[in-house]
Design a protein around this ligand. Structure first.
Ligand code: NAD
Length: 479
């Protein structure tokens, strides 16, 4: 059963009641799962008012209370993981095991934020005179607005909700209209965990209309967005017009450097697993492969063999290893990228076309020799298409890897400490992985450089975007 869909404002779950609704589809069959109510302007204003009122008290609650609510959130996510994961697969498409892993990782995020929010420290600055006391305190910024995408609907939502709630802020969250079930399950969990009304509000609508209304509102002090670079730039420029803080987790086009001396079998098995995840719809998916000449032919052959051996289908079927793309427009984008690369001389080693059946399926595709200026090498593919090309020297590999405006994740496979060090020092990326995939844990900072974004989620940095720094200088009477 797919759950019914609501707005969540001021502690109440509100259904359609004459509001405009939007169909939510199962991308494996293109059948309608449910109807999602859009917030009216009055609903958005109610959410703004509720978040503002709630901030008055929530910002003054003790970190211990915030911590214990986040702990309960973590426990409830674990308790409800099976049902949340099932609905997530139905509206987003990823295989059930991946949905379950996503849900459980969100429990980790809630629990880690529960611990870390008790450690939002200030500092004391030694003064120049004995009766002066200088302190720096960090206070919650205020009402926040967050916009989260459909590729990891729950995990993108919990990162923002846990950081905002843990720091003492209140939040209006516009989740992904394409895959809303897990975000509403999260709202229910915060509700059941005892979060006071108004601290978290969940709204839906036409993304540009909702974001425009919320960002322009003087009540909102901070914007957090995860999504594409063009949309991020649009929202960041509107936020800057109104002098609002932003956290921007935007797209990437992650280079993979495979050196001659790498353990090729290990590299292939890890890269196939990571690239197949969520059918490649991951902002940190390995997406531009540069393989050193001596290993190129061997790597290409083994990668094609392993990557094309996917069982594609409905994510609820236990044998499925790769589900559908989240919506039809992604399938069109994949076909366009392949066509462009082939027109420019690339060779399709496997896949290259959609699966002719209902649902948004595209075959795992490997393109050999796509030139550096082809679309697939320059624009984030966000799907199951892998361009593989060769390089001669490590300097050349770094130059080509750094040639795009993106700077999110990067991957290096080598057995040489010197190559590993050279690559990690010189890659322009917010995150570098050597010989494995080790990012997006709650305790590690996640974020990009260049066009890939501003700020971090996770790690000690997770609360930075939700806090303002206040300096207090006091003069006491001499004693
Ligand atoms: P898109 O650019 O239309 O939308 C991306 C996301 O932003 C969606 O969740 C959408 O609802 C939201 N959005 C769009 N316009 C908005 C606005 N004006 N205000 C607020 N939110 C808005 O692209 P798409 O086809 O949905 O997704 C594909 C692209 O999005 C990919 O190429 C990828 O770059 C990017 N993406 C990135 C991430 C990430 O984790 N960084 C996640 C999902 C999508």
């Amino acid at each position: 059963m797919y759950p019914s869909l609501h707005l969540y404002i001021n502690g109440e779950f509100i259904d359609g009641q004459g509001r405009k609704t939007e169909d939510v589809f199962n991308p494996a069959h293109n059948t309608v799962l449910g109807k999602l109510p859009h917030a009216r302007t009055a609903d958005l204003d109610q959410a703004l008012g509720a978040a503002q009122d709630a901030f008055e008290t929530w910002s003054r609650t003790s970190p211990m209370e915030r911590s214990s609510i986040l702990r309960r959130v973590g426990a409830l996510i674990r308790e409800r993981a099976d049902a949340i994961a099932r609905a997530l697969t139905m509206d987003q498409g990823k295989p059930l095991a991946e949905s379950k892993a996503e849900v459980l990782s969100c429990a980790d995020h809630a629990e880690w934020h529960a611990e870390e929010c008790r450690r939002i420290y200030g500092r004391v600055i030694p003064a120049r005179r004995p009766n002066i006391h200088q302190t720096v305190v960090r206070q919650p910024v205020g009402v926040c607005a967050a916009f989260t995408p459909w590729n990891f609907p729950l995990s993108q939502a919990i990162r923002k909700a846990a950081a905002a709630i843990g720091s003492g802020c209140t939040l209006i969250l516009k989740g992904p209209e394409d895959a809303p079930s897990s975000v509403l399950a999260l709202a229910q969990i915060f509700h059941d965990a005892g979060l006071p009304p108004g601290c978290l509000n969940v709204v839906w609508g036409v993304p540009s209309e909702v974001s425009d209304h919320l960002i322009r509102s003087p009540i909102v002090r901070k914007i957090s967005f995860t999504g594409s670079v063009p949309v991020g730039k649009k929202l960041a420029s509107l936020a800057s017009l109104h002098m609002k803080r932003t956290t921007m987790e935007l797209g990437g086009h992650s280079p993979v450097l495979v050196f001659d001396d790498a353990d090729i079998d290990r590299a292939v098995s890890q890269l196939v697993a990571y690239k197949s995840r969520n059918a490649g719809q991951v902002c940190v998916a390995p997406s531009r492969f540069y393989v050193q000449e001596g290993a190129y032919a061997r790597f290409l052959e083994r990668f094609v063999e392993a990557y094309s051996a996917q069982t594609i289908g409905d994510g609820l079927a236990p044998e499925t290893t790769m589900g559908p793309l989240a919506h039809a427009r992604r399938v069109d984008t994949m076909a366009h990228l392949v066509r462009d690369a082939m027109d420019r001389g690339a060779e399709t080693k496997c896949g290259g076309e959609r699966l002719e059946r209902p649902g948004n399926f595209f075959l795992p595709t490997v393109l050999a020799g796509a030139p550096d200026d082809s679309l697939v090498m320059t624009e984030e593919p966000f799907g199951p298409v892998v361009p593989i090309t060769s390089f001669k020297t490590r300097e050349e590999a770094i130059r080509r890897a750094n040639s795009l405006p993106y700077g999110l994740a990067s991957y290096v496979f080598t057995e040489s400490l010197s190559n590993a060090r050279f690559a990690s020092d010189n890659l322009e990326a917010g995150m570098v992985n050597v010989n494995h995939f080790g990012i997006a844990l709650p305790e590690t900072p996640f974020g990009g450089v260049k066009d890939s974004g501003i700020g971090h989620e996770g790690g000690q940095e997770t609360f930075d975007g939700y806090l303002v720094t206040k300096f207090i200088s006091e003069m006491s009477s001499p004693y």
